[in-house]
Write a protein that binds this ligand. Structure first.
Ligand SMILES: Cc1cc2nc3c(=O)[nH]c(=O)nc-3n(C[C@H](O)[C@H](O)[C@H](O)COP(=O)(O)O)c2cc1C
Length: 476
C-alpha cells in the first residue's frame, strides 16, 4: 500500500497597499509594491500565483489607520503602512479574468457594515469566478476603524464576535436558504426566467440585524464562500469552531501549534463537525536561493531595508522602544511612563528588556515558520511543518514583490513536487472548497451550522446564538 504524503496548500499573502507586514521593504530595489494601485500589478500577481499552482491569492484588509504610535497617522502614511489601501473585493474580478483556477481569499469585517450588501457582493464574486472565492472573517481590531463608521470607540472584543455570529447567520440564510438550486429556469418559451416558488425571503429579525430578503443573487457554485478566520482568543476560537473552515494558527513551538490545532478540532467536534472539517494555515516566511550562502545574503539584503519604526507602528506600540535604555525591562519603562501594558503585551513580555525586544523586531526572524536556505532545506522544514506540527498550508509572506513568489515558484515548488508534497496541476473546474477539502465538496457539508437553512423551515426557527448572554465588559 502506498501512503500519499500530505500536500502543502499555499496562498500568496497580499494586501492592496505598499507596506503590508514586512515594513520598509518597498524601498528595496526592484520591489514592485508601489504599483499596488495599477491594474497591471494585480494581473501580474494573479498570473504568477496561478503559474505557481497556488491555492489562492489571499488579500488582507483593514478599515482604519494605525495611529497609536508617535505622531498619529503620520508615521503610517510615511511608511505606506496599510495606507493608502484599496478595497480588496474590487480586485478579484480583474484577477479572475486572467486566470482559470486560482482562488481568492478576501478579508471583510463583520463589525461595521450590515450583512445584506456584503452577502450580495460576495455572492457576485462566487458566481463570476465559478466558485473560486473565500472570505477571511475579521471583526476589526483598529479603534480608528470604529470612528470611520460613526462610533466613538471600538465595540468590546467579545461583543464583536457575538455580532459576527448573528451577521454570519444572516449570510447563511441568504446564501444557503433564500434560493433553491433550480430557481433559475431561463425558459424563454414559457416567459419564466426565475421560478418564484424557488425563491423566498429570509425575514431575519435579530438582536443586531433585520433583513427581509430575498437574496439578490442566484446561487454560485459554492453558495457560501470558503470561510477563513484567524484568532487568538477564547471567543474567537468558539466562533472558528462553529463557522471557520480554514483557521490561521500560531504558536512558537511545535507543541504549542499542535495544542492549538487539537483544541480547535475538539471544539469543532463539540459543534457537531468532524475534526478534519478545518484546515490549518500559518503565515510563513521563506527565503530561498540555490545555495545556503546566497539565501543568507538575500536575507541580509532584505534586512537592510527593514523598518523598525514600521514594526512599532504596526504593533500600535505605546512607547518608542528606541528611546529607552536597552537594559531596562519593558514593564518598568511602561510603568515609569504611566502607560498600560496594552498593545505591547501582544508581542512582548514585561520582563523582556528593551534591547531584546528591539533585536526581536529587527532580526526579521518570524518564529517557528521561517526558513532561509536551499530548496532542499526549505522542503525538509516544510515537511516537518506538515507532518510534525500538523499544519495544512501557508500564507506566503512577501519580503520582496515579486522576488519572493518567483523564488518560491522556481526553486521550492519543484522540490516539493519531487517529494509528492505539492500538486503538479490544478484539477480543472474545481471550486476553492474542493481544492482545500475533496472533489465533490463544493458546498458546506451537511454537518456545518450554515447548511441548516437549506431546509426552508429553518428560516423561521431562530438559531441558538453562540454567545447567548451578551454581557461584555471593557473594550480590548
Ligand atoms: C494570518 C493572519 C491574517 C490576518 N488578517 C487580518 C486582516 O486582514 N484584517 C484584520 O482586521 N485582521 C486580520 N488578522 C487579525 C485577526 O482577524 C484577529 O483579530 C487576530 O488573529 C486576533 O484574534 P482575536 O480577534 O480572536 O483576538 C489576521 C491575523 C492573522 C494571524
Amino acid at each position: 500500500m502506498t501512503i500519499t504524503p500530505k500536500q502543502l496548500h499555499v496562498n500568496l499573502f497580499e494586501m492592496a497597499c505598499v507596506s503590508h507586514i514586512v515594513h520598509g521593504m518597498w524601498r528595496a530595489p526592484g520591489n514592485s509594491r508601489h504599483r499596488y494601485g495599477e491594474l497591471s500589478y494585480w494581473l501580474e500577481v494573479a498570473r504568477l500565483a496561478e503559474e505557481g499552482l497556488f491555492d489562492a491569492v489571499f488579500l488582507a484588509d483593514v478599515i482604519g489607520t494605525y495611529d497609536r504610535f508617535g505622531d498619529g497617522t503620520a508615521a503610517a502614511l510615511r511608511e505606506g503602512l496599510q495606507i493608502p489601501n484599496l478595497d480588496p473585493l474590487m480586485l478579484v474580478p480583474a484577477m479572475a479574468a486572467v486566470t482559470q483556477n486560482l482562488g481568492f481569499g478576501v478579508t471583510f469585517s463583520t463589525t461595521y457594515e450590515p450583512p445584506f450588501a456584503f452577502a450580495r457582493r460576495m455572492a457576485t464574486l462566487d458566481l463570476l469566478t465559478q466558485g473560486r472565492v473565500g472570505w477571511n472573517i475579521v471583526t476589526s481590531y483598529l479603534p480608528s476603524a470604529a470612528r470611520n463608521f460613526g462610533l466613538e470607540d471600538e465595540i468590546p472584543h467579545d461583543q464583536r464576535y457575538a455580532i459576527a455570529d448573528e451577521y454570519i447567520d444572516v449570510l447563511y440564510k441568504l446564501w444557503e436558504g433564500s434560493w433553491d438550486d433550480d430557481a433559475v429556469v431561463n425558459n424563454a418559451a414559457a416567459g419564466v426566467f426565475t421560478n418564484p416558488d424557488a425563491v423566498r425571503p429570509i425575514n431575519h429579525d435579530g438582536r443586531h440585524f433585520r433583513v427581509a430578503g430575498p437574496h439578490l443573487v442566484a446561487p454560485g457554485r459554492q453558495r457560501t464562500p470558503v470561510l477563513f478566520q484567524a484568532t487568538g482568543s477564547p471567543a474567537g476560537l468558539e466562533f472558528a469552531a462553529r463557522h471557520a473552515e480554514v483557521v490561521f494558527i500560531g504558536g512558537n513551538t511545535t507543541q504549542a501549534v499542535r495544542d492549538n490545532i487539537a483544541r480547535t478540532r475538539e471544539r469543532a467536534r463539540a459543534h457537531g463537525r468532524n475534526g478534519d472539517d478545518i484546515r490549518f494555515i500559518v503565515m510563513a516566511g521563506i527565503i530561498a536561493d540555490t545555495t545556503q550562502e546566497l539565501a543568507e545574503k538575500k536575507l541580509e539584503k532584505y534586512r537592510q531595508y527593514y523598518s523598525v519604526e514600521g514594526a512599532l507602528v504596526h504593533a500600535q506600540a505605546e512607547i518608542d522602544l528606541r528611546r529607552h535604555d536597552p537594559d531596562a525591562r519593558i514593564g518598568d519603562v511602561l510603568k515609569r511612563e504611566g502607560v498600560p501594558f496594552g498593545n505591547m503585551g501582544r508581542r512582548f513580555h514585561p520582563d523582556q528588556t528593551v534591547g531584546s525586544a528591539l533585536r526581536q523586531i529587527a532580526s526579521f526572524d518570524e518564529g517557528r515558520f521561517f526558513v532561509v536556505g536551499t530548496p532542499g532545506r526549505i522542503a525538509d522544514e516544510i515537511e516537518r511543518w506538515l507532518d510534525i506540527d500538523g499544519i495544512d498550508g501557508i500564507n506566503l509572506r512577501q519580503y520582496h514583490t515579486f522576488e519572493t513568489a518567483r523564488d518560491f515558484i522556481d526553486l521550492v515548488v519543484p522540490e516539493l513536487q519531487r517529494r509528492g508534497r505539492y500538486r503538479t496541476a490544478y484539477a480543472p473546474g474545481e471550486t476553492l472548497r474542493e481544492r482545500l477539502f475533496e472533489p465533490g465538496r463544493a458546498h458546506l457539508p451537511e454537518r456545518h451550522f450554515g447548511s441548516r437553512y437549506r431546509n426552508p423551515a429553518a428560516l423561521h426557527a431562530p438559531a441558538e446564538p453562540l454567545f447567548p448572554t451578551e454581557t461584555f465588559s471593557k473594550a480590548s
